[in-house]
Design a binder for this molecule. Structure first.
Ligand SMILES: [Zn+2]
Length: 79
């Protein structure tokens, strides 16, 4: 790596440690559930999951697990 690239790498490392700089806007994740895989989408603060529990509740173990992983990196809409 040349010096320019080393400086970029160091800055990237600093950004990666400052998680609250990042705000995920939208994404889709497949979660390997206990019985079946589940598909979760997140778009502008709104969750969707294809599991039965999510229907009518608006949250489930899959969305809660993602909130734990992505803590401080989501713009969550207050319910
Ligand atoms: Zn779910």
């Amino acid at each position: 790596m040349d010096n320019g690239m080393i400086r970029k790498y160091q800055k990237a490392k600093m950004y990666a440690e400052e998680r609250n700089r990042f705000k995920f806007q939208s994404f889709t994740v497949e979660i390997d559930g206990t019985n079946n895989p589940h598909h979760v989408t997140y778009d502008a603060g709104t969750w969707q999951c294809d599991c039965d529990y999510f229907i009518g509740r608006g949250e489930c173990t899959h969305t809660m697990a993602l909130e734990m992983i992505l803590k401080d990196m989501l713009d969550l809409v207050e319910a």
